[in-house]
Design a protein around this ligand. Sequence first.
Ligand SMILES: [Zn+2]
Length: 148
Amino acid sequence: MKIYLYFYTNYYIKPISMPRQYPKKDCVNSDCKMSFTPQRRNQLFCISQCRINHNNDKRREKNLTVYRLEKELKRNEKILMKLMASPTYKDDQIAEIFIIHEGFNFDVSSDTKLNSKTRQLIRWSHAYGIEIKDPAHKTFTIHKRNRI
Ligand SMILES: [Zn+2]
């Protein structure tokens, strides 16, 4: 409930608001979760240290995810480089089974680009990319990026 005390003058009415009461809530910091009375409506943490800890944890988590993705991309890159030079890579294609056997991660890519000639998507792992060549026979073409 909002309570106003009105101060009258000849020209204007100036409301003087009382400190607002907000309902209790639980601190968003998962290590704390303490019930507290917010001073502001959008207050999420009981104390500022809880906010700092929570944000540090989130940043650490994000860095770890970036680190893991980078690790997978580097691994994919190595695999494609190796396969491209191997005797199993013939006529610009290689069977999916060889790629799977090496442990290639099909779920990650650094970027993708549409091959304007084939109308297929090249999924890059940095310098090396993979593109479906023959969907019926599950073969892939490996690309090496042209350095600009
Ligand atoms: Zn807290």
